[in-house]
Design a protein around this ligand. Structure first.
Ligand code: COA
Length: 314
């Protein structure tokens, strides 16, 4: 089996910043409550842009950074819960916008766990030698399904996109292990309402699930990779709530400086949150070639997933 790693990464966030103080003007809430309960200070909202537009911006940057020519992409996977329309898929739109060959394309829906599901799916094709380069994008425009009259959910979400180009890497690099799961008995806890299309959530139940599952899954992938908690250089959790992220970090017995946190800037960007966070750490030289990372997420479904990987290609 081939080793699969990230050749290049790209991200996009919309220009429009919406702060907690902006929410104070439209909802019965406060900067203090939001900050204390979630860690969020501001988020971005896409205006005049669809999910495929954000996906495109992130994908162009990822392809540029990968050194792989666009015509050498063999498969496109887009993780999203907020496609431009029911169909065609965002992945197909992206293929067209990027001018790729008529390669296979698919959207994958695992809500906020989507990026992990997408990376693991894409990696299978490279591991088996079926394809050489897979473009995986996590893109969501949560503002499209947010109920801006519901203070318990509206303040949590933001829009954005992140993308990676996966390919074969030297043996010491790349994905070492993964863990995926779902529990449909939790489908009532986080969903888009059939009649209105807006997001509904039982925050308490999702919180309990996430605290348990993100820590558990992180431990599982560490062990599967044959590593110990002390070998992990950086935990990159789905950015849903700083308290949930810290619980996973504590389960991994890692200090705060070894966890990526961008939730204050972007809120919960669903399938985009993990690549946005990796980008942030790379930019600040906090992730380097050879570092062991855990990417871990959870979301509607309920779903969860994690990847243990060594960053770098050769
Ligand atoms: N501003 C002020 N008060 C708010 C508020 C807001 N934005 N949102 C909720 N409240 C109030 C509630 O109305 C409630 O008031 P009451 O006690 O008078 O009824 C109180 O705060 C507590 O609400 P509750 O929903 O029980 O709080 P909580 O401790 O569960 O925290 C969340 C709420 C949303 C922060 C928390 O449940 C959470 O983060 N859950 C996980 C959500 C998540 O990660 N979703 C995405 C998954 S990918």
């Amino acid at each position: 089996m081939k080793n699969v790693g990230v050749f290049g990464l790209g991200t996009y966030v919309p220009e429009k910043v919406f702060t907690n103080h902006d929410f104070e003007k439209i909802l019965d809430t406060s900067d203090e409550w939001i900050t204390e309960m979630t860690g969020i200070k501001e988020r971005r909202f896409a205006e005049g842009m669809e999910t495929s537009d954000m996906a495109y911006e992130a994908a162009v940057e990822a392809i540029d950074n990968s050194g792989v020519a666009a015509e050498d992409i063999d498969l496109v996977i887009v993780a999203t819960s907020t496609g431009d329309q029911q169909f065609p898929t965002v992945a197909t739109m992206l293929q067209q916008k990027l001018g790729l060959r008529p390669v296979p394309t698919m959207d994958q829906l695992a809500a906020c766990t989507g990026f992990i599901y997408g990376m693991v799916t894409g990696a299978q094709f490279i591991q088996t030698g079926t394809y050489k380069h897979v473009l995986v994008v996590g893109a969501d425009k949560l503002s499209k399904i947010t109920d801006f009259n519901d203070r318990s959910t509206a303040v949590l979400f933001g829009d954005g996109a992140g993308a990676v180009v996966l390919g074969e890497v030297e043996e010491e690099f790349g994905i070492k292990s993964f863990d995926l799961g779902s529990d449909g008995s939790g489908s009532d806890y986080l969903y888009d309402e059939r009649d209105t299309g807006t997001l509904r959530m039982n925050g308490r139940e999702v919180f309990k699930f996430a605290v348990r599952q993100m820590g558990e899954s992180s431990v599982i992938v560490t062990e599967k990779a044959g590593l110990t908690k002390a070998d992990i250089d950086m935990l990159v959790p789905h950015q849903a709530n700083i308290r949930i992220m810290n619980a996973a970090r504590e389960r991994m017995e890692m200090p705060p400086e070894r966890m990526s946190s961008t939730i204050d800037k972007y809120g919960n960007t669903s399938a985009a949150s993990i690549p946005l966070s990796i980008h942030h750490e790379l930019k600040n030289d906090r992730i380097k070639s050879g570092d062991n990372l855990i990417l871990v997420g959870f979301g509607g479904g309920l779903t969860w997933g994690s990847i243990c990987m060594t960053w770098g290609v050769k």
